[in-house]
Design a protein around this ligand. Structure first.
Ligand SMILES: Nc1nc2c(ncn2[C@@H]2O[C@H](COP(=O)(O)OP(=O)(O)OP(=O)(O)O)[C@@H](O)[C@H]2O)c(=O)[nH]1
Ligand SMILES: [Mg+2]
Length: 461
C-alpha cells in the first residue's frame, strides 16, 4: 500500500444498502486535510464552481451535527437531506480532520453521494483498512487495539464482545510492552558489559540478567499455554461421548435446536464426528457428536470410535452421555477410566432417557433428550464449566495466531540468549526477542506485515 498522508480518503462506513435490505441510515466517512472542503462543496450551492465558500463560516462548528442538503457539486442537484458533522485534527479517530455524512440508507442515495464525492476530484476511496491504518500511523492506537476493534466488529457472543472491549483498553498492549521494557533493561546491562569491558562487571551474562531473562521466558511460556483467547475466538470445544444408543445425537440435536445428526435406535448410527456451533450463555461453543464407544468388528465403526476418542482428548470439556435403562454406573466407571483427559471437576455426566427410568446420583445430570426434562440443569452446568475454563488467570489472554508466532520467536531467541557463548551474542538474541515483541504491538514497524494486517481489518470485505 502506498501511503500518502495528504490525500483525503472516504468510504461507506455502514453496509452497502441492497434492494432487499436498505438501511434507515448510511454513514460515509472522510479523513484527511480536505474533508471539510468536501463538506462545503457538497452542501453549499455553487461553492464548487467558485472553488471556495460564499458564506462565512460555511461549516458548522466541529462536532455538531447539522442538517444540510447534500448536492452534486457540478449540477447542484439535491441527493439527500441528512446530517453532517466534522471533527478537527488531531483529536479524531485517525488523527486527521474527519467528516461524516449521515444519509438515508437507500441505494440511490448512497451511490449518488459516493459519486458526488468522487466528482470533487480531491478525494479517493479508502483502501481496505486505511482508516485504521492512518489511526495507527498517527499513534492513535496500537496494533493490538486495532485488532481488538476488528474482533469487536466480528464478535458474535457477549463474551467475545467483552474480551474485545478489554483488549481495546490496551491490556494486551501493556502486557507485551512491559515485557519489552523488562527485556530492554536486561539488554542495557549487557550492552554496558560490552561497551565497558574493563569496568568491574561480572563475567558472562551476570546473575541479574539471567534472572530477568528467565522470568520473561516463564511469563511468556504461561501466556502461550493459556488457551482462553483461542477458545473465545474459535469456540470452546465440547465433545459428546458415551456408549452407543445412549442418546448422544439426540442431545446434540436438542442443544442445537435442529436435526443436525441422525438419530436411530440402531446402535452405532453415528460414525463421523458431527459439529455444531452454539452460543452457550455468551460463550461460543463447538459441540461435537461422536460415535458410540464400544469394541466393534466393523472397520468403519472402529475408525469412528478412534475419532471419538481423539475428540474426547482434544476437547476442552466432555459430556459423557449414559443410558438410564442400562447398567449406566458400570458404563460410567469404565468410560471415565478410559478417557485420558477426564476432569471430574468440569466434565459432565448426563444420564439420559430418564423418562423411561429415573436416575439419581451425586454429580450426575438426569436428562430426557426426548422430553427436554433436565435441560435447564444441564445448561447451567455447561455454563459453569465454560466459565471456569475461561476465567482462570487474570492476565489478558492470547487471542491471535500472529501474536503466538511472534511470542514463539521471542521465546526461541531468549533461550538462545541464555546459552550464548559470548555476551555480544546474547545481546543480539535479546535484541531479536524484543523486536519480536515489538512486532506484536506495532512498536517495531514492519511494513509488509502491516499491509497484511490492515487489509484484514477491512470491515465487510
Ligand atoms: N425414551 C427415550 N428415548 C431416547 C432418548 N434419547 C434418545 N432416545 C432414543 O434412543 C435411540 C438412540 O438415540 P441416538 O441419539 O441415536 O443415540 P446415540 O447415542 O447417538 O447412538 P449412536 O450414534 O448409535 O452411538 C433413538 O431411538 C432415540 O430416539 C430419551 O431421552 N428418551
Ligand atoms: Mg449418534
Amino acid at each position: 500500500m502506498v501511503l500518502s498522508d495528504r490525500e483525503t480518503i472516504y468510504a461507506l462506513g455502514t453496509p452497502a444498502p441492497s434492494r432487499a435490505a436498505p438501511g434507515a441510515l448510511s454513514v460515509i466517512r472522510l479523513s484527511g486535510p480536505r474533508a471539510t472542503d468536501a463538506l462545503i462543496f457538497l452542501t453549499e450551492r455553487h461553492a464548487f464552481e467558485r472553488g471556495h465558500s460564499a458564506r462565512d463560516p460555511a461549516l458548522p462548528e466541529p462536532r455538531r451535527m447539522t442538517v444540510r442538503t447534500l448536492r452534486e457539486p457540478v449540477s447542484g442537484e439535491a441527493i439527500d437531506r441528512g446530517l453532517i458533522v466534522w471533527f478537527e485534527a488531531p483529536n479524531t479517530e485517525t488523527g486527521e480532520t474527519m467528516a461524516e455524512l449521515h444519509l438515508h440508507g437507500g441505494r440511490a442515495v448512497v451511490n449518488g453521494a459516493l459519486a458526488a464525492i468522487a466528482q470533487l476530484g480531491f478525494c479517493r476511496l479508502a483502501e481496505p483498512g486505511e482508516f485504521t491504518r492512518r489511526a495507527f500511523e498517527n499513534n492513535k492506537l496500537g496494533l493490538t487495539e486495532a485488532e481488538a476493534i476488528a474482533d469487536l466488529v466480528a464478535a458474535e457472543t457477549d463474551q467475545q464482545r467483552r474480551l474485545a472491549l478489554q483488549q481495546m483498553d490496551g491490556g494486551l498492549h501493556r502486557l507485551y510492552e512491559d515485557w519489552r521494557t523488562l527485556g530492554l533493561s536486561a539488554l542495557a546491562h549487557l550492552e554496558a558489559a560490552i561497551d565497558f569491558p574493563d569496568e568491574d562487571l561480572p563475567a558472562g551474562l551476570g546473575a541479574h540478567v539471567i534472572e530477568q531473562i528467565t522470568r520473561l521466558r516463564g511469563e511468556i511460556a504461561s501466556h502461550l499455554e493459556d488457551k482462553r483467547g483461542e477458545r473465545l475466538r474459535e469456540g470452546l470445544h465440547i465433545a459428546i461421548i458415551g456408549p452407543p444408543n445412549a442418546g448422544k445425537s439426540s442431545l446434540l440435536n436438542l442443544l442445537a435446536r435442529r436435526d443436525a445428526a441422525i438419530v436411530s435406535d440402531i446402535a452405532g448410527t453415528t460414525r463421523d464426528v458431527i459439529e455444531v456451533h452454539l452460543d452457550l450463555g455468551g460463550w461460543p461453543v463447538v459441540l461435537a457428536d461422536t460415535a458410540g464407544l464400544r469394541a466393534s468388528s466393523d472397520t468403519i465403526e472402529q475408525e469412528g470410535v478412534r475419532r471419538a476418542r481423539v475428540r474426547a482428548d482434544q476437547a476442552d470439556l466432555r459430556l459423557l452421555v449414559l443410558d438410564a435403562t442400562s447398567d449406566w454406573k458400570g458404563d460410567m466407571a469404565a468410560l471415565v477410566q478410559q478417557t485420558a483427559r477426564w476432569d471430574a471437576a468440569r466434565d459432565i455426566v448426563v444420564v439420559n432417557k430418564t423418562d423411561l427410568k429415573p436416575a439419581e446420583a451425586i454429580g450426575i445430570v438426569p436428562l430426557s433428550a426426548t422430553s427436554g426434562a433436565g435441560l435447564p440443569d444441564l445448561l447451567g452446568r455447561l455454563e459453569r464449566s465454560a466459565a471456569a475454563l475461561m476465567e482462570e488467570g487474570g492476565a489478558p489472554p492470547l487471542t491471535r495466531a500472529r501474536h503466538r508466532e511472534a511470542l514463539l520467536d521471542a521465546q526461541a531467541a531468549l533461550a538462545r540468549a541464555l546459552i550464548a557463548p559470548e555476551v555480544a551474542l546474547a545481546a543480539e538474541d535479546l535484541r531479536l526477542a524484543m523486536r519480536a515483541l515489538g512486532r506484536i504491538t506495532g512498536t517495531v514497524r514492519i511494513d509488509e506485515l502491516l499491509d497484511v494486517i490492515f487489509r484484514d481489518f477491512c470491515i465487510g470485505k
